[in-house]
Design a protein around this ligand. Structure first.
Ligand code: MLT
Length: 301
């Protein structure tokens, strides 16, 4: 967590300990002392940890996803769970756009080949983004920033999102479509939705088969939204032209059948990893937790 968080807690009169590298057992042994807990992604706030958290009133996640917190167990204990839904949106959207460019021009493979002394100019024929159709699955905070940047690149943007109103779609300059329409029309597909029972495997084998031949797929949201075996089969058959995953069903993804597949790019859940985003989420989580602890104010719970 960026040190700004501790600074804000102290300025607001909240005593703070900066704790890193504790095992779950060690966290269990000390958690009873604390009224609030601010975490990033690697700390798992399990039912067991919560059982030992006798004084805990609030957990704040410096980031968007709260998948590392057992929400039902926290709610049962009356512990409020907050996230910071805005601080890393731009950064994550930029990572999705970066991966889209990387897929369009096979940048990682071209880089590896050039640095291996091969100079394979004829091997790497790319595609332009201009005039291509980008299919957005999820048009919330991050999806709408991706749409804005894609429109700036002169792409056409179609969006599938049950929560997207026609007025908001108009304001964003995107066309609201059904999932099937998106799958049939998109040259690039990017996912920006949480992992829920409704979105799990949204790009299943069946749905991947409905995509346009040559489609390129980007996922900087959550692993589990795409059937990774079906994605591998689609890349191998050539139906899918490329895929870039920042997130995997099982993380850390130390091995995957996708690794080494041509036209496949991966990064280790770097979507939110910029200095700006980490400062933003640290400031937001500290302000929200301090508000709650000092005066009971609840934001983004
Ligand atoms: C988030 O949920 O904010 C992102 O996935 C960032 C992260 O977990 O590192």
């Amino acid at each position: 967590m960026d040190p700004k968080a501790a600074q804000i807690f102290r300025e607001r009169g909240v005593e703070v300990d900066e704790i890193t590298g504790k095992t779950p057992e060690e966290l269990k042994a000390i958690i009873g002392e604390y009224d609030g807990l601010a975490i990033r992604s690697s700390t798992k706030v399990t039912k067991e940890i919560l059982e030992h958290a006798t004084n805990l009133k609030v957990v704040g996640r410096a980031g968007i996803g709260v998948d590392n917190v057992d929400i039902p167990a926290a709610s049962a204990k009356g512990v409020v769970v907050m996230n910071t839904p805005f601080g890393n949106s731009i950064t994550t959207a930029e990572h999705a756009i970066a991966l889209m460019f990387a897929l369009a021009r096979q940048l990682p493979e071209a880089d590896a080949s050039t640095q291996a002394g091969k100079w394979e100019k004829n091997r790497f024929m790319g595609v332009e983004l201009t005039s291509k159709t980008l299919g957005l699955i999820g048009a919330g905070n991050i999806g709408s920033i991706v749409a804005d940047r894609a429109l700036g690149l002169r792409m056409k943007v179609v969006a599938f999102d049950p929560f997207l109103t026609p007025e908001r779609a108009l304001e964003m300059g995107v066309e609201k479509v059904t999932l099937d329409e998106l799958l049939a029309r998109a040259d690039f597909i990017t996912l920006h939705t949480p992992l829920t029972d409704q979105t799990r495997n949204i790009l299943s084998a069946e749905n991947l088969a409905k995509t346009k031949k040559g489609v390129r797929i980007i996922n900087c949201a959550r692993g589990g939204l795409i059937d990774e075996d079906a994605l591998k089969a689609g890349l191998d058959s050539g139906h899918i032209g490329g895929a870039a995953l920042d997130v995997f069903k099982v993380e850390p993804a130390k091995e995957s059948p996708l690794f080494g597949t041509p036209n496949f790019i991966s990064t280790p859940h770097l979507g939110a990893s910029t200095t700006e985003a980490q400062v933003n989420v640290a400031i937001q989580v500290a302000e929200q937790l301090a508000d709650f602890l000092v005066s009971g104010g609840v934001t983004n719970a």
